[in-house]
Design a protein around this ligand. Structure first.
Ligand code: MRU
Length: 342
């Protein structure tokens, strides 16, 4: 199986290979990106998705652009930045690319851009592993207290498919599994793109982590009846005050978790924290095609003419987040500003 979600092809010059998430769970296939437009289309159409991977993918897209035309930096950044609005990792990666590449002579840009993309992929893998190390103690504590498998509820796919390796929300789960701490994950299906069913269930299955798929609306029932020890989700952007944008439906899970007294944890690397955004109201929320809601497997599920709105993300207030599990340890909302400044 794949070791990573994105890499430079060994058999073909200047080609990026990605695990094509639009083909999962039916087919474990890859897509090849040979130019900037392939990369931009790949992010837009969700061949790759998940905030950390979107950032790393954009860095690879920039490298493809520099290979073809090292004078196209501004245009390439503009095209990639417009692919998806909510995940701040995209902006973060492109700003970093600009800071490194702009001062260079055009002839030097292709090699440096390619090196930078690989560096970012390595850093993301290390950051996610560190999230796993930071969070595993929280799962171990539950297991020590209860002497039974730790029950984790997650939403969307914040697994290794959404990153380069390990994942964010799944990293503590994978580290626990590796250490023999028994874990079971409740996976919510994540309408309308079904990232939970198609991706999270697939990757947990491949790593041998016990899991059960539930409909999105089951979370209230699971939490109220004591079937969940910890809710762990990823994030697409975390504002300065700790408000979290994540997959639509996350906010309701946070409310239900607070009502049930179950800890609600957000796992994310530094690249997902946005010092430029004061709070959740300032986070742009992607709205996608209403067809994703109105049809299933290409067939309509509502009467002709029905209107639908398809927001892809929502904002969970910082007051509902018990802890942020990061690559620099487990933080509270009040610690975020200091961390971002330092
Ligand atoms: O629309 P997607 O699939 O890109 O949304 C992804 C999510 O909401 C994830 O939960 C989030 O990016 C965290 S990824 C580690």
């Amino acid at each position: 199986m794949f070791e990573r979600t994105i890499w430079w092809a060994a058999d073909e010059a200047s080609t990026v290979v990605v695990v094509d998430q639009t083909r999962l769970p039916h087919e474990a296939a890859v897509a090849r990106w040979r130019c900037l437009d392939d990369a931009a289309a790949g992010i837009r159409t969700m061949q790759v998705r998940g905030a950390p991977l979107i950032g790393v993918a954009a860095a690879h897209g920039l490298a493809l652009a520099m290979h073809d035309d090292p004078r196209s930096l501004d245009g390439a950044i503009e095209l990639l930045a417009a692919t998806r609005p909510t995940a701040v990792n995209l902006r973060w990666a492109l700003e970093r690319g600009r800071a490194v590449l702009e001062p260079l002579a055009p002839d030097d840009r292709p090699e440096v851009a390619r090196r930078l993309s690989t560096e970012m992929a390595d850093e993301d893998a290390d950051a996610c592993r560190a999230i796993g190390e930071a969070g595993v103690g929280l799962l171990a504590d539950v297991h020590e207290r209860t002497a039974r498998p730790v029950q984790v509820l997650t939403h969307c796919n914040a697994g290794w498919l959404a990153c380069v390796e390990w994942g964010t929300a799944t990293a503590p789960v994978y580290v626990a599994h590796e250490r023999g701490i028994p874990v079971h994950v409740w996976v919510s299906e994540t309408r309308p793109r079904n990232q939970g069913a198609a991706l999270t269930a697939w990757e947990l299955g491949h790593r041998g982590v016990p899991h059960t798929l539930v409909v999105d609306n089951a979370a209230g029932h699971l939490l109220r009846t004591g079937m969940v020890d910890l809710v762990v989700v990823g994030a697409d952007r975390i504002a300065r005050n700790g408000d979290v944008a994540n997959k639509i439906g996350t906010a309701l899970k946070a409310l239900a978790a607070r009502d049930a007294g179950v800890p609600f944890l957000v796992a994310a690397p530094r690249s997902t924290f946005d010092p430029q955004t004061a709070d959740g109201d300032a986070i742009p929320i992607e709205e996608r095609d209403d067809d994703e809601i109105l049809t299933v497997n290409g067939r309509p599920i509502a009467p002709p003419g029905t209107r639908a709105r398809n927001w892809a993300f929502d904002v969970t207030a910082a007051r509902l987040v018990d802890r942020y599990v990061t690559d620099r340890g487990v933080l509270e909302a009040s610690e975020i500003t200091g961390w971002l400044r330092g």
